[in-house]
Design a protein around this ligand. Structure first.
Ligand code: UTP
Length: 289
């Protein structure tokens, strides 16, 4: 079985749900406590033993590339002023030379299209996909948990989490194949935003995937689906008819930082856990209820 060495991180979307914040900066660089969103998802991939990051970028997203580069003037300035602690924080995580690739999606035609844009860089091997606006607070990281499962089962795996039954119509929901036992189970299908009474489960798809390279051929033939976009879900549905497909209910808490409320909640939740800021933030929240 080939190991998971690469993660595709699509960052070419418009981020319309968080406008106007994203009018002139990429959504993926919105700060979450003291680091941009993209930093969390890259660290998660490194934690999972993945050593090559593939970013699918687009117009106006150049600052993301700069984030993973050295900032010579800044570093020299900080060094000259003796600000060694701050210097260490801007140097990390600089990805090793050659371990990050960029490809460009000329127009945001959908998540499926963004993943397809990475086909030549990924090549003929299984790979992960991580959505950077979904930040998962987990130990070990959600992707590390999935890679661990993959090493036992192979095939394709998507991350899921429990949502309230009455809210299934907000999510993509998976249908377990037969009786479900444990956190990893085989799937028979996925349903987009099912009404609670018709939902095959209350397990929602959560922005982390391990996929076999055959997905690329299927994406090539996937017509535009919901919202006029090429949907990754449609191609995964087709792949499920050919290969084993599993859902993994990870241990952890996710935050949808692609929505205004989710981003605010994530800042509070992770801010409270921050070793230097947590106590002061808790005090502030107590006084300002
Ligand atoms: P989202 O659907 O959350 O991002 O896609 P979006 O389209 O930017 O946001 P809204 O819905 O307009 O608010 C998840 C990830 O996939 C990327 C986004 O940049 C985001 O990181 N994406 C989405 C692409 O790279 N290309 C696309 O065509 C669509």
């Amino acid at each position: 079985m080939k190991p998971i060495r690469k993660v595709v991180i699509p960052v070419a979307g418009y981020g319309t749900r968080v406008l106007p914040a994203t009018k002139s900066i990429p959504k993926e660089l919105l700060p979450l406590v003291d680091r941009p969103l993209i930093d969390y998802v890259v660290r998660e991939a490194l934690d999972a033993g993945i050593d090559h990051i593939v970013l699918v970028t687009g117009r106006g997203k150049g600052a993301i590339e700069d984030y993973f580069d050295h900032a010579f003037e800044l570093e020299t300035g900080l060094e000259a002023k003796g600000k060694i602690d701050i210097l260490a924080s801007v140097r990390k995580p600089i990805l090793a030379a050659g371990s990050v690739s960029y490809t460009r999606q000329q127009a945001p035609l959908g998540l499926g299209h963004a993943v397809w844009c990475a086909r030549d860089i990924v090549g003929d091997e299984p790979f992960a996909v991580s959505l950077p606006d979904v930040v998962i607070d987990a130990e070990p990281s959600a992707l590390a948990q999935m890679v661990g499962e993959y090493e036992k089962t192979g095939g394709n795996i998507i991350a899921v989490e429990e949502v309230a039954q009455e809210e299934t119509n907000k999510y993509g929901v998976v249908a377990p194949k037969g009786e479900r036992t444990g956190r990893l189970f085989e799937m028979s299908g996925m349903v987009e935003k099912p009404e609670p009474a018709k939902a095959p489960s209350n397990l929602a798809i959560t922005g982390r995937y391990i996929l076999q390279p055959e997905i690329f051929e299927l994406l090539e033939d996937t017509p535009r689906g919901a919202g006029g976009e090429i949907q990754l879900t449609d191609a995964m549905d087709a792949l499920m008819k050919q290969q084993p497909f599993y859902a993994h209910e990870y241990e952890g808490v996710s935050h949808d930082c692609g929505s205004k409320l989710g981003w605010l909640q994530a800042n509070v939740a992770l801010g409270l856990k921050h070793p230097e800021l947590g106590d002061s933030l808790a005090e502030f929240l107590r006084k300002n209820r």
